[in-house]
Design a protein around this ligand. Structure first.
Ligand code: ADP
Length: 875
């Protein structure tokens, strides 16, 4: 075929697919041409050569057929969709067609142990449907909700590899690009989202009664699930079969954790995007990758229902006490492979003999696991029931079948034979006997011929071009018998064949081929039988993952001296000697108490910067989250009233580090919290209003406190550097002050120590200046700041200035430190503040706006000098 022909064919196939790239088989290579070649050349560092035809040249890059997988994986994991066109023989030569499209959400060949979900979102009749499928494990979940925020939160939790927004949500502003994830977003066929068609597709795949049996009645859910099925079906042969069952869940079963909160609490990665230092990395002692996935799922989707929570806690408690049995269980699990993934490889036809042996070995762990949980200390726990859940008899017979079938050390390919044990199949045994007999004849030929002819330099060998031959050294070629036919002359020897050798050779080759074919066929049948048990394998895989995750939680609890929380519904949050689960592993942690109940549901947390406020509050949120995930918690004792959601927002400083625009984001988050939180929620606010001018900030913080206290009525921890807010505790019955204790007094020698213990009552002053000093801000700046601060304190009144409105900032309100009230009468305020001349006022305003933490010492010094100059001039 001409280059033009090949490139032309490539371009024609490329036009058929909406994949980003096309890999087209050309004999022993998969080739990329034209733009695709340049692209993969850059992305994968492949050598790009030129293919010329009819005066045009085209870039071309190729990979050997057997090496395609890693390249595909690399491209797909970077978010590209790659179509693969295979070559097949036809009567008149060969032809090519696209056989599969590999996409991020349907990539089977992944080595990444975390789940890879394909998500579809759609809105029908004002409701959202969300379907999530992980083809690598067969997990397939559907949920529906009225709230876009819930869709966003779910997507953040599942962290999909690819998102298919339906036609009705593509322009939905509340679900921007990929609904808030950074996964690739595919505009998939509108028709696949049509509820009627989706409905039919689901019934065809899962069986007529499926929608009723899983309670999926909502058209939005049906539409989303149907679209996922259609998409998976299009991407490749056999992948769809891994989706053996449909599951629905109610977002109401799980704790509401919005996307921001998941990030703020650093559940699976830190604010800097690293796994190390996250809650998951800290508590993860699982020994299997499936167990790791399960633990991640629990931490990102804690429960709301006490039954499930208590059942997990019962198992964790049993494991925590029975250290020996736990170790045995973990040792057994250590031998288990990722059964959910292996099941998917079996259904898609990509499992090889080693994979089937891994399945056998994993099934092999079941009796040992059952033994281990029969330990007297675990016997009363839910564990024996969990281990017993999958059908152990079927599992045992499947295991026995695999064991009887497969050779102990099979080759890496499934086409060359050597896969099966003797005794598995009579026809195969017969072939192997004949093959070995023929091989035996060949193997013994050299010795027999030496003896027969007396030639000493005689050997029998085989190569690609000559096949089997007899080789005789030049010195003895005169002695060869007459039936030897010479086929080649070498420098020191000659090669011969004989009729009998040629005949035997043909027989060996024929038997070899027949054996390969038969084994391939038998292997396909065996793999299909294994695939037929996909659901069982997935059950066993999930069970093993669950036991691993439970044992992991117990391991951490035992090593860090965590305690079983008493989970009550509804109820207070009372923690004695609590710790932060992550910080305690790297720091000599000072435990502290926490008490939130219906009489004191709102704590204002004050204290100097860096004293531990935010740690204290996150610790509270994490203790609740861990408890509802079914874990022990870092505390001496803990009573945890189940909450329906945890909502957090953290200060502007942290956000700046993340490069997000501050005040708008802060207000959006606050707005989301105030809308979403209910009486049953836990809200953690770490600074509110910091991103704007001081008095705007105080006002917003103030009003937020009142609203949460009066309207929402949830549990709330609110850390603020607006010391003024502490006055609210006197006026609002459920608001109490706590502060992080500090020893020493900065007025005398500037020497204070953070005690990190949280005590009742407000902190008695602001320590900002002290922190500036600790941070190395030059002494003149610090001294001058103290002066200014004192003057502010003495005045006892802070004038609230409008931020840059109209006539250069008018006084809008006066906050009176004494009464803790705003006076909104602008005139009166102006009177109160009239003691200061305009220059001083401006300097003070600038001083207030200056963030000590965010300004370098040199800049601070320059600014202070400038202020001093201006104040001197103003005198
Ligand atoms: P704040 O929110 O008051 O600025 P942070 O909570 O960020 O303070 O804590 C400041 C530092 O103190 C962090 O490095 C944190 O790890 C440490 N820290 C906080 N609480 C404790 C504690 N109870 N025991 C030991 N170290 C703590």
């Amino acid at each position: 075929m001409t280059a033009d022909g090949i490139v032309g064919e490539f371009l024609a196939l490329k036009a058929e697919t909406d994949a980003d790239l096309l890999a087209m088989q050309c004999g022993d290579f998969y080739e990329f041409f034209a733009e695709d070649a340049e692209f993969v050349g850059d992305e994968l560092d492949l050598k790009v050569s030129e293919k010329s035809s009819h005066g045009s040249t085209y870039p071309m890059a190729g990979v050997p057929v057997d090496d395609l997988t890693p390249y595909l994986k690399a491209l797909v994991e970077r978010g590209y969709r790659v179509a693969v066109a295979d070559q097949y023989e036809t009567d008149d030569g060969h032809a090519r067609e696209i056989t599969r499209v590999v996409t991020p959400g349907t990539l089977l060949e992944t080595t990444d142990p975390t789940a890879r979900f394909l998500a579809a979102v759609v809105a029908v009749d004002g409701r959202y449907g969300l379907a999530l499928a992980d083809v690598t494990t067969g997990e397939f979940l559907v949920t529906t909700t009225d709230a876009a925020a819930e869709v966003r939160a779910e997507l953040h939790r599942f962290d999909p590899a690819e998102v298919l927004p339906g036609p009705t949500v593509r322009d939905d502003d509340s679900l921007p690009n990929g609904v808030g994830t950074d996964a690739p977003v595919i505009e998939y066929d509108d028709a696949a989202f049509a509820p009627g068609r989706a409905d039919r597709r689901l019934r065809e795949h899962f069986g007529e009664g499926v929608l009723d049996s899983v309670g999926l009645t909502d058209r939005a859910g049906v539409a989303a699930a149907g679209a996922v099925l259609a998409y998976v079906d299009e991407t490749g042969v056999g992948v769809l079969d891994a989706l053996t069952r449909l599951g629905t869940y109610d977002t109401g079963d799980h704790l509401d954790l919005d996307a921001t909160t998941q990030r703020n609490l650093e559940l699976t990665e830190t604010m800097h995007g690293e796994r190390e230092g996250s809650l998951l990395a800290t508590v993860d002692h699982t020994v299997t990758s499936a167990g790791g996935r399960r633990l991640r799922e629990w931490l990102t989707r804690p429960r709301r229902d006490r039954d499930v929570i208590d059942r997990r806690l019962d198992s964790v408690a049993a494991f925590a006490e029975a250290a020996l049995a736990r170790d045995r269980v973990r040792e057994v699990l250590d031998d288990a492979y990722d059964l959910e993934r292996l099941a998917a490889r079996a259904t898609s036809g990509s499992a090889d003999a080693t994979d089937l042996l891994s399945i056998r070995d994993t099934l092999d762990t079941l009796p040992a696991l059952a033994d281990a949980v029969a330990d007297s200390r675990l016997a009363e726990s839910p564990l024996p029931g969990i281990v017993d859940r999958p059908d152990r008899e079927t599992a045992a017979s499947l295991r026995a079948e695999l064991d009887a079938a497969l050779a102990p050390d099979p080759p890496g390919t499934v086409t060359e034979g050597g896969l099966f044990r003797r005794g598995y199949d009579d026809e195969l045994d017969d072939l192997i006997d004949r093959y070995e007999e023929a091989r035996g004849w060949l193997d013994g030929l050299a010795d027999r011929e030496k003896a027969r002819t007396g030639i000493t330099h005689l050997q029998v060998d085989r190569n690609k071009t000559d096949g089997y031959y007899i080789q005789v050294g030049n010195s003895e070629t005169d002695a060869v018998p007459e039936e030897y036919r010479e086929i080649k002359t070498l420098k020191n020897s000659k090669r011969y064949t004989t009729d009998e050798l040629a005949e035997r050779e043909r027989e060996v080759l024929r038997l070899e081929e027949a054996r390969g074919d038969l084994e391939y066929e038998l292997f396909g049948e065996l793999r299909d039988r294994v695939a037929g048990h996909a659901e069982l394998l997935q059950d066993v895989g999930r069970m093993l993952a669950t036991v691993d995750a439970l044992a992991s939680l117990a391991t951490h609890a035992a090593s860090q001296d965590w305690t079983r929380p008493e989970v009550v519904e509804p109820g207070p949050l009372v923690v004695e000697a609590g710790r932060h689960p992550v910080v305690e592993t790297t720091t000599d942690f000072v435990p502290n108490d926490l008490h939130l109940d219906s009489d004191r549901g709102f704590l204002l947390v004050t204290g100097p910067n860096m004293s531990g406020k935010s740690t204290y509050m996150r610790q509270a949120a994490l203790i609740v989250l861990l408890a509802q995930a079914g874990s022990f918690v870092p505390a001496r004792t803990a009573t945890v009233g189940v909450v329906d959601g945890i909502y957090t927002r953290v200060g502007a400083l942290d956000e700046l580090a993340g490069g997000r625009s501050t005040f708008m984001v802060e207000m959006e988050e606050l707005s989301n919290i105030l809308h979403s939180a209910t009486e049953e929620s836990l809200v953690v606010l770490d600074e509110v209003g910091r991103g704007t001018a001081t008095y705007d900030g105080i006002s917003i913080a103030w009003a937020t406190t009142e609203y949460i206290h009066n309207e929402v009525g949830c549990k709330c921890l609110f850390a603020t550097h607006y010391h003024e807010l502490t006055a609210l505790a006197d006026h609002l019955p459920r608001v109490e002050n706590v502060h992080v204790a500090v020893a020493g007094d900065d007025d005398e020698d500037g020497d204070i120590t953070f005690l990190r213990t949280v005590e009742e009552g407000p902190t008695d002053r602001s320590y900002g200046v002290h922190v500036a000093e600790l941070a190395g801000v030059p002494a003149p700046v610090v001294d001058r700041s103290r002066d200014v601060l004192d003057r502010l304190r003495e005045d006892r009144a802070i004038e609230a200035r409008g931020a840059g409105t109209g006539d250069g900032g008018t006084t809008q309100a006066v906050f009176d430190l004494g009464s803790g009230d705003f006076r909104t009468d602008g005139t009166a305020a102006a009177d109160d503040a009239a003691t200061l001349d305009p220059t001083t006022e401006t300097v003070l305003a600038e001083l207030r706006e200056t963030s000590v933490a965010e300004t370098s010492p040199v800049d601070l010094m320059t600014r202070v000098r400038e202020w001093q100059d201006r104040l001197d001039d103003g005198d």
